[in-house]
Design a binder for this molecule. Structure first.
Ligand code: 218
Length: 208
């Protein structure tokens, strides 16, 4: 919450538009408010019990953060992902083993979801033109952020979660199985939901 207020503060104070250009400021403000809302909505979805202990979870909060990222681009997406990760810690929904593990899994991993924004332009373009590439572009966009996030969880898994390895697996293979599975299921569920949302209301992905 403090971060949200801080972000809003900086986007007003650090505005690079002409002095007195109230409407530009207002539209920038709107971008950040949408990001905070997407993060809050993602956090609410994180309370739906789709997790089975610290190892396995379908992270459906990816949906609002990625809608926002495809709508507004990489930097806003990174900020929204960071807020979503922070909310896990603030609301006691985080599995924290050590400070560095907490930082890696709840600051870094959630933030890199915003890298999906690197594909925001092709997604918006194909959606506007109504050509057949939208499904593929969306798949690439979802894959970038999901892969980046679960690569970090994989790395954390090797470093910090090896002691919990099941089925007699070593830390690397165990982390690969758990985080590979989490990433695949989360990515697939997110992709399907985003496809349905885009069919119902394509304006969700197009900036005002
Ligand atoms: C092998 C392994 N087990 C557990 C974790 C922790 N982990 C994995 C995926 C997602 C998240 C964030 C909350 O859903 C966490 C904490 C791991 N990295 N590796």
């Amino acid at each position: 919450m403090k971060l949200t207020i801080l972000l809003l503060f900086f986007c007003v104070v650090g505005d690079d538009t002409k002095k007195g250009d109230f409407f530009m400021k207002e539209s920038k403000m709107r971008v950040w408010i949408e990001g905070a809302f997407a993060a809050a909505f993602a956090m609410a979805l994180s309370f739906i019990p789709l997790d089975f202990g610290p190892a396995f979870s379908i992270s459906i909060g990816m949906v609002p953060v990625l809608v926002y990222t495809f709508r507004r681009g990489t930097l806003p997406g990174l900020a929204s992902g960071l807020i979503w990760g922070l909310l896990h810690v603030v609301l006691g929904k985080a599995y924290i083993l050590t400070v560095s593990q907490g930082l890696i899994e709840y600051f870094l991993a959630f933030t890199v979801v915003g890298l999906s924004g690197l594909y925001a332009k092709p997604i918006q373009k194909s959606l506007k033109e109504g050509k057949g590439h939208f499904g593929i572009n969306l798949l690439i966009g979802v894959t970038i952020g999901t892969f980046a996030r679960y690569l970090i969880h994989f790395w954390a898994g090797v470093l910090f979660w090896g002691q919990y390895a099941m089925w007699g697996l070593g830390p690397v293979v165990y982390s690969l199985v758990i985080n590979g599975l989490n990433g695949l299921v989360t990515g697939a569920a997110t992709y399907i939901i985003l496809l349905i949302l885009a069919k119902k209301n394509q304006n969700l992905f197009l900036p005002k």
